[in-house]
Design a protein around this ligand. Structure first.
Ligand SMILES: [Zn+2]
Length: 202
């Protein structure tokens, strides 16, 4: 019933998080009928995304690729305390903490959490990169801001054990975010309090 290309766009849109088939259809029909060039502009930007944006070489946040290097805005910001490092699961969590304004240091994005049920063990986590970052930047305090879920807590415990040998102060963000909750959806005040109220665990 629908043109082949339009069906293809709908299939791709439906793969995005939070986009079901109906929403994908609504977006695809809007783009197909669009007279203002949104579809064309979107196409150009999406095509350029892969070559021009990638995880920051230092922290895993997303960054512009410049001369083959990718260093994000937080890592380039010299006013940031290099000795304070906040470890998060995903870029969304980093952005949520940034919105709270409570973090003066820098970040390290793990990309994944320890998850025995899903077959993600310690070897799948970037522990060597994290240790190197802590040593090279002279980090003195690490804040574990993994989510308050089973996997998030297990990951925090593992990281605390790994980092203990490096002689840094280790703290865990305070409660206030419900268990199983998502940092991304916590309000700024709650997240700010969770950072400020972090407790030392190592
Ligand atoms: Zn960075």
């Amino acid at each position: 019933m629908l043109p082949e290309r339009l069906r293809r766009v709908m299939e791709l849109l439906a793969r995005l998080p939070g986009v079901g088939e109906k929403t994908a259809q609504r977006y695809a029909l809007y783009l197909a009928a669009d007279r203002k060039g949104v579809a064309a502009e979107l196409g150009v930007e999406l095509a350029a995304l892969g070559a021009n944006v990638r995880p920051c070489d230092r922290c895993g946040n997303l960054a512009d690729v410049i001369d083959g290097h990718a260093v994000c805005g937080v890592c380039r910001d010299r006013r940031r305390e290099a000795r304070l490092l906040c470890i998060v699961h995903r870029v969304q969590d980093l952005l949520a903490i940034e919105r709270s304004g409570a973090m003066r240091g820098r970040y390290f994005v793990l990309g994944r959490l320890l998850s025995p049920l899903d077959g993600v063990g310690p070897d799948e986590l970037p522990l060597a990169e994290l240790s190197r970052r802590v040593r090279e930047d002279g980090v003195s305090e690490v804040i574990l801001a993994t989510p308050p879920s089973v996997d998030g807590e297990a990951t925090a415990l593992l990281l605390a054990r790994e980092l203990a040998a490096l002689g840094v102060t280790i703290s865990r963000i305070a409660s206030g975010i419900p268990h199983g909750g998502d940092l991304e959806f916590a309000d700024q005040v709650t997240l700010g309090r969770a950072i400020d109220g972090r407790r030392s665990i190592g």
